[in-house]
Design a binder for this molecule. Structure first.
Ligand code: HEM
Length: 444
């Protein structure tokens, strides 16, 4: 893409329309990007004063930025706001130090290790779901999104550092504070100094993480992601991670894994409520293959419809919906000039609904992911976990977790949504169902 020396500028909104785009971005970025693509084409330049960004929309462009020429496109500055919490973990690190850490963290996410995390997911789910029996009795609805968010945190506590969090655990409260503050800071134009509450929450998290690291160094019997990270060795030097590196990676993982699984499951129930024939098929596959017993990671291989369905949910609602990069050097994409220092915006939601790759894109149709219908589709027409060197390290774990929880929910319960009207997307750090997904619960 970089072989012409033209300096032509990509089309885009100018003057008043640029300012309007900035305002619309804060209101509804997914809608704004869809309108920019409709009005200006496959690559859109957003320029106002020193600010310059390009929205790219096509699989080949995205492949180029995330994968083929990834060296020229470093992780966007936005993540830097999380440094007080996650230090120099994978999402904020770059260059040779990122590569060294990435290889070591990868060790904990090797296929054989991920499969072993399945038991922890299932046992936490087993312990958690019966609380809904109270809601069945009292006929009070649950917010599926908030409920699975809590379950996800209990699972993360176990998988990451073998801790059984209680509801209202100080660690979880502190994490909620730092996450909200960091995300608000990413979105706000004026950066205020950190509040005392934020600093106290960071201190509490640091204290917890370093204590857990020290405990793990003493007793080596734990089998969790932290212990894997301790075992990982740098190929070249043979050395392991320092306590500070362990802290940064473990906090990064908690941050990165915080809410997407819950949002994906919440969207799944929104889509199932609108597509009862899909739900019937899902239930019969689970009934035939697993019956009533709790599922295992090995069962998932025998559940192709569950896999296609989860893929389709993440096509329509790719929870990590926006990927940001900063151009290091001047470049060109499709013959248009990309200045050094400018930003690249990728909206996964938009690309994964392009009609040329996804006919009838608004239709929820898991069969799109059958091997026959997937053949010939470009790699970057579908990328809910990103791609290239910075592809999500928790990809396999996340899919396994979503499927195991979903299967158990289907086996034990039915849900009738009581949220009023169509549920809108709230595009914050993760694509959330606005107002949550409220549903009445029924025993199967
Ligand atoms: C449905 C769930 C998830 C989704 C949709 C998701 C999506 C993504 C995406 C799109 C990226 C790439 C970001 C970019 O290129 O800018 C990413 C990166 C990352 N994800 Fe996930 N993720 C999920 C769950 C998880 C889980 C469970 C973990 C860990 C336990 C995790 C850890 C990470 C980390 C550490 C990175 C940064 C990798 C790097 O820069 O080297 N994610 N994720």
């Amino acid at each position: 893409m970089a072989n012409s020396s033209s300096h032509s500028l990509a089309p885009g909104p100018k003057g008043f329309f640029f300012l309007k785009s900035v305002i619309d971005f804060y209101r509804d970025p997914v809608r704004l990007f869809a309108e920019l693509h409709r009005d200006h084409g496959n690559i859109v330049r957003l320029q106002g004063g020193p600010y310059c960004a390009h929205l790219i929309t096509q699989p080949e462009q995205i492949k180029y930025v995330l994968q083929d020429n990834a060296k020229n496109y470093r992780q966007g500055e936005a993540f830097q706001e999380t440094i007080p919490v996650v230090g120099r973990g994978l999402t904020t690190n770059s260059g040779p130090s990122w590569l060294k850490q990435r290889r070591m963290v990868q060790f904990a996410f090797q296929h054989k290790h991920v499969a072993a995390y399945g038991d922890g997911i299932v046992s936490a789910t087993e312990a958690y779901l019966p609380r809904w029996n109270e809601n069945i009795k009292s006929e009070t609805p649950i917010n599926i999104d908030a409920e699975i968010l809590r379950l996800n945190h209990l699972i993360l506590g176990k998988l990451l550092f073998s801790v059984d969090f209680k509801e209202g655990d100080p660690f979880l409260d502190a994490f909620a504070v730092v996450r909200k503050v960091s995300i608000d800071r990413v979105r706000s134009l004026i950066k205020l100094p950190s509040s005392r509450r934020f600093k106290q929450a960071v201190d509490l998290l640091d204290e917890f993480a370093y204590r857990r690291i020290a405990e793990h160094r003493r007793e080596t019997s734990s089998v969790d992601i932290l212990s894997m990270l301790m075992q990982a060795r740098d190929e070249e030097t043979g050395s392991g991670m320092t306590d500070a590196e362990l802290h940064d990676e473990i906090m990064t993982l908690f941050f990165a894994a915080y809410e997407d699984v819950a949002n994906a499951i919440a969207w799944t129930w929104v889509l199932l409520s609108q597509n009862p024939e899909v739900e019937d098929r899902l239930r019969s596959e689970i009934q035939n293959v697993v019956g009533r017993r709790p599922p295992t990671a090995a069962d998932l291989r025998e559940l192709p419809y569950v896999s296609m369905l989860v893929n389709e949910v993440l096509r329509m609602y790719p929870t990590t919906w926006s990927l940001l990069r900063d151009a290091v050097n001047d470049d060109q994409i499709d013959g248009f000039h990309i200045p050094a220092g400018s930003m690249i915006l990728i909206d996964t939601c938009l690309t994964q609904r392009l009609p040329q790759y996804w006919p009838d894109p608004e239709k929820f149709d898991p069969e799109r992911f059958s091997p026959e219908r997937s053949a010939g589709r470009p790699r970057f027409a579908y990328f809910p976990f990103g791609g290239g060197p910075r592809q999500c390290i928790g990809n396999e774990l996340a899919l396994m977790e979503i499927k195991l929880i979903l299967v158990r929910m289907v086996q034990l319960y039915r849900f009738k949504l009581v949220s009023l009207g169509p549920i809108q997307m709230n595009a914050l750090s993760s694509l959330q169902p606005r107002g949550g997904v409220w549903a009445k619960v029924f025993a199967v």
